[in-house]
Design a protein around this ligand. Structure first.
Ligand code: ATP
Ligand code: MG
Length: 250
């Protein structure tokens, strides 16, 4: 670990830690070439949110967790950045929810798949978690998408009813919604197509969200849906928060 990232008193400790995790994942061959660019876009929005979980994001998190808890076939979809940034935390979440995870990457190569599967299986063993890891052998396709990006497993994403897809791409999110699924996303950018397409949009940083979800589940407060939840309001409140942050800085 780099010196600065190892010092929790540094004001950007969390952010440096996430960058460090990405660097390590990159060395292991887990990431696509654009992974760091996607992360940088996320960081910019996180800065505008004050690098914190805002109240509307916490409500969306609770709503997402309630939907996952009451789903018939919940699945958590993982890409390279998600595994790199919060692989351990996501596997703990899946263990608690008793749901499978599925590796579903945009740029699929056998080497990347092997690196991601290897990393997740190592965590599973170390943490003694009981989680099914899908995605190694896709046998179904998401309708409306071209090429290998449409690949998924029948048992996992294809037949899921509620799907948590952190850091999803906009048109895949749209295609999953068109399949009739309840799609829960985590995306720091309230302007992205993903954010606007999803059933529930958690506008917050991935590792904070997963930590919040794990804590909510442990405290038993997780399965209660938010009364009269409106996703458009969640997005609106993120904009309001950013606008007030900008005017206070100006
Ligand atoms: P879309 O396809 O939805 O219109 P995009 O093409 O701009 O969005 P992608 O590159 O497909 O974005 O995906 C990256 C998204 O993930 C960005 O919107 C970025 O804000 C978000 N993101 C990156 N890192 C994180 C993180 N750690 N936590 C939450 N969101 C993140
Ligand atoms: Mg995109």
């Amino acid at each position: 670990m780099t010196e600065i990232a190892a010092d929790p008193s540094h004001p950007r400790y969390q952010s440096l830690l996430m960058r460090h995790r990405l660097e390590e994942a990159e060395k292991k061959g887990m990431l696509a070439g654009s992974a760091l660019i996607a992360h940088g876009r996320g960081e910019a929005f996180d800065y505008l949110l004050g690098e914190q979980t805002i109240p509307s994001a916490l409500r969306a998190t609770q709503q997402a967790l309630a939907l996952l808890s009451s789903a018939k076939r919940p699945v958590i979809s993982l890409n390279g950045n998600v595994v790199a940034l919060a692989g351990k935390e996501v596997l703990h979440l899946a263990h608690q929810l008793k749901c499978p995870v599925e590796i579903n990457i945009f740029y699929r190569t056998p080497e990347r798949m092997k690196a991601l599967l290897g990393h997740l299986n190592e965590i599973k063993l170390q943490e003694k978690l009981d989680v099914e890891i899908l995605g190694a052998e896709p046998d179904a396709r998401i309708p409306g998408l071209e090429g290998p990006r449409a690949n998924c497993t029948k048992q996992g994403i294809f037949e899921s009813d509620v799907l948590l897809v952190p850091l999803e791409d906009g048109d895949r999110c749209e295609a999953l919604v068109a399949m009739g699924k309840t799609v829960l996303v985590i995306d720091l950018n309230p302007l992205s197509r993903t954010a606007r397409m999803a059933s529930v949009t958690i506008i917050d940083e991935l590792s904070r969200v997963i930590t919040n979800m794990n804590e909510m589940l442990l405290s038993g407060a997780a399965t209660k849906p938010v009364e009269n939840y409106q996703n458009a309001q969640t997005i609106e409140e993120a904009f309001t928060h950013i606008a007030s942050f900008l005017s206070s800085e100006g």
